[in-house]
Design a protein around this ligand. Sequence first.
Ligand SMILES: [Zn+2]
Length: 78
Amino acid sequence: MKLPTPYALGGTYYVETVSAGKETDDETVRDCVVCGGHVYADDWHLVTGVVDTTGGRQRHHHCSDDCLTEWLRLMATD
Ligand SMILES: [Zn+2]
C-alpha cells in the first residue's frame, strides 16, 4: 500500500509504503527490527518501504503490527 502522504521519520527518511508480505522463498529468515523475533519470508509479515530523499530505498520487516507501531514511534522521535 502506497501512503497518500509519505510519513516523515526524521532526517531525510520517509515511509513511502506499508504492505503485507509473503514470499515463496522458504529459506530467508529475517530479524524483526523491534523485538528481534524471527520474520519468515514465506509467512505473512509487514514490510515498510522507506525512502531516503538523498537517494536510496530500504525495506524493513516487522513480525507484527505492534512492532510496526513501536518502530514508527521510535523512528519518529528525534
Ligand atoms: Zn517484532
